[in-house]
Design a protein around this ligand. Structure first.
Ligand SMILES: Nc1nc2c(ncn2[C@@H]2O[C@H](COP(=O)(O)OP(=O)(O)OP(=O)(O)O)[C@@H](O)[C@H]2O)c(=O)[nH]1
Ligand SMILES: [Mg+2]
Length: 594
């Protein structure tokens, strides 16, 4: 029965396909049965046994009876090379003869014509064979060699690390996307401006309408009153150079329309309301108190003192949409709303600068405990450059841009020839899964655990004195430890290589240098030195201890730890080179086990 099925399969592949490379392995011509030295005396014939691995532990065998015939053709590039002998029962299902025998009583003229037809058919056949061979080679090159899952809490730097990998391996493909990032950067800038406008206006409204509202300090009220009236109130300080505050506020009001246009473009023209576009933002804690992580009237009105985040279902969808919009615009000589947005931004750039540099505004934000500089997607210091019509985003700008990820995004990075890639890597594919890190998103991660070569886990070290936005009682560092333990404990990941990145070392350094004491937040650190080296060494040892403590059913589970600053291009290049070595090594070990 099995023999019969195999024989049938051979027949199917012979009749459907004509690639000689495949024929020689799977469906040899009739003459082969008679002449091939590999033919055995009993009529048996030697074929390759193809086996390939789709998921880590599941093998598919193309000689099994359930294997679809097309696999026989398209798998030679994946075959493992093992040989086995299969008997072919040629008596029961004789293969059709090719080329067919000449018709009986063929005249000279018919013979010539038939030869011409056959010649033409052979030409076409060869062309198809060449194309098939090329496709096979291309697809072998394209096949996904490496799958990496990037995990960590929200704002740990997952998408930023992904950008670094994209630049490293596929700089040309990444440069095509750079334009699309301009929309995100503009939106980051605009939302900071509208946040300041809202914060100051609403704080004033709150303090004016409610006499009981004591959360706005007298200084703050005075500054806000000056902001509304346009009369500078801070002794010795010009409020906003050359313009009254009221005037400036009026001049910047078109930016609200710009915010809508940009967000709509990112949200794929779904005409969102501002409320829909805005996601709750994260708390940046600078006080040393656990309970009151953020104080001031601004916190209740303005998403914990943070500019709102725009959430876009990522992947490449939004990028191609933005790009297409731009191309259409340049082709049709049509001014679209994105062009309007850029013109408005350009016109407002000096006013944005004046707003940000205003001593009154700085003081007002300080009194409201708002520290925009330490937040993601902060571009106010570069407002004039970024708001100009001829602005082209730099890679550093793109690394600093903030776009929250939702769900799980698959990013396919095809390695390009370049400074960083080895010759044999060119054309191979790295598949990255970038996940949304907030708690509500984490349930979506598990299905992706099954099929990865390595996990990159990010812990933002600077989160030692911050809390999750989704759970304001949960310290961010503690959350990272809990998450790490859960991931290490997942049985599906036993045997998977872990790469732990202790990220945001630059922000940690700034905080420690500014006098924030790590030991005040992490009691077990006791009186360790308050510097990046010692703090990161301490965290490293804690993460390693958790990883070791979780039993992995005797499977070897390598862990590599790096201290990183994801927005530092030079330093990240070195880290990526090391990560690549580890992953290539893992792939070699895995493939030798096949
Ligand atoms: N200064 C500094 N900023 C960083 C670093 N890593 C990431 N960022 C910034 O932090 C912000 C958030 O980073 P993302 O990569 O978007 O965070 P994420 O983990 O993908 O967050 P979700 O998509 O919400 O899960 C971005 O604006 C980055 O520019 C770092 O090491 N140092
Ligand atoms: Mg992300």
């Amino acid at each position: 029965m099995v023999q019969e099925n195999r024989s049938q399969r051979t027949h199917i592949s012979r009749s459907r396909h004509c690639n000689p490379a495949h024929r020689s392995r799977v469906c040899p011509p009739d003459s082969f049965y008679r002449k091939a030295p590999g033919r055995l005396a009993n009529g048996a014939f030697t074929v390759f046994h193809f086996s390939f691995q789709n998921r880590r532990s599941r093998k598919f065998d193309t000689t099994s009876t359930s294997c679809p015939p097309f696999l026989l053709l398209h798998l030679p590039s994946m075959f493992s090379g093992r040989r086995r002998t299969v008997s072919l029962n040629r008596q029961t299902t004789p293969p059709p003869q090719w080329p067919p025998p000449p018709p009986k009583g063929e005249s000279e003229e018919e013979l010539t014509k038939r030869h011409e037809r056959e010649k033409e058919a052979r030409k076409v056949s060869h062309a198809i064979e060449r194309q098939l061979e090329k496709d096979r080679e291309d697809s072998a090159k394209r096949k996904a060699n490496t799958r990496i899952l990037i995990l960590g809490q929200s704002e740990s730097g997952k998408s930023t690390i992904l950008k670094q990998f994209q630049r490293f391996y596929a700089p040309r493909a990444f440069s095509v996307e750079m334009e699309a990032w301009r929309v995100v950067i503009h939106l980051n800038l605009v939302r900071s401006v509208t946040f300041i406008l809202d914060l100051l206006t609403n704080s004033q409204a709150g303090s004016g309408s409610s006499k009981e509202n004591t959360s706005t300090s007298p200084t703050s009220s005075r500054i806000i009153n000056s902001w509304i009236s346009g009369i500078p109130m801070t002794p010795g300080a010009a409020a906003l150079p050359g313009l009254s505050a009221k005037e400036l506020r009026m001049r910047l009001s078109p930016l609200r329309q710009v915010e809508v246009i940009l967000a709509r473009r990112l949200l794929q023209n779904s005409s969102p309301s501002l409320a829909e576009m805005r996601a709750p933002s994260r708390t940046s804690v600078t006080s040393s108190s656990h309970e009151s992580s953020f104080s001031g009237s601004g916190s209740s009105i303005f998403g914990n003192g943070r500019a709102f985040e725009v959430v876009v279902r990522g992947g490449t969808g939004w990028k191609s949409l933005v790009r297409r919009g731009m191309q259409r615009q340049s082709r049709d000589w049509q001014k679209d709303d994105l062009d309007d947005a850029r013109q408005i931004l350009h016109a407002c750039r000096e006013d944005i600068k004046a707003l940000w540099e205003s001593q009154d505004v700085q003081e007002g934000l300080k009194n409201e405990n708002v520290f925009l500089q330490s937040q993601s997607g902060f571009f106010l210091d570069d407002a004039v450059r970024i708001a100009s019509t001829n602005y082209e985003p730099t890679f550093c700008d793109i690394l600093r841009a903030r776009l929250q990820t939702t769900g799980v995004e698959e990013h396919r990075v095809v390695v390009e020839a370049g400074d960083h890639s080895f010759v044999n890597e060119v054309g191979s594919t790295w598949l990255f899964y970038d996940v949304g890190g907030s708690r509500s998103q984490r349930a979506a991660w598990a299905p992706f655990f099954d099929d990865v070569n390595a996990i990159i886990f990010l812990c933002p070290m600077s989160g030692f004195n911050e809390f999750l936005v989704e759970d304001r009682s949960m310290n961010r560092l503690l959350d990272s430890f809990t998450l790490w333990k859960q991931i290490c404990s997942s049985p599906v990941l036993f045997g998977v290589t872990f790469i732990l990145l202790l990220n945001k070392s630059d922000i940690l350094q700034a905080k420690l240098e500014a006098g924030q004491e790590f030991s005040k937040w992490v009691k077990s650190y006791k009186d360790g030195p308050n510097d990046v080296k010692h703090v990161s060494d301490y965290l490293r040892s804690k993460f390693i201890a958790i990883h070791k403590a979780v039993p992995s059913s005797g499977k070897k589970r390598p862990l590599y730890v790096h201290t990183t600053c994801a927005i530092d291009v030079e330093a990240m290049t070195k880290v990526i080179v090391k990560v690549r070595e580890v992953i290539i090594e893992t792939n070699i070990v895995e493939s030798s086990l096949l």
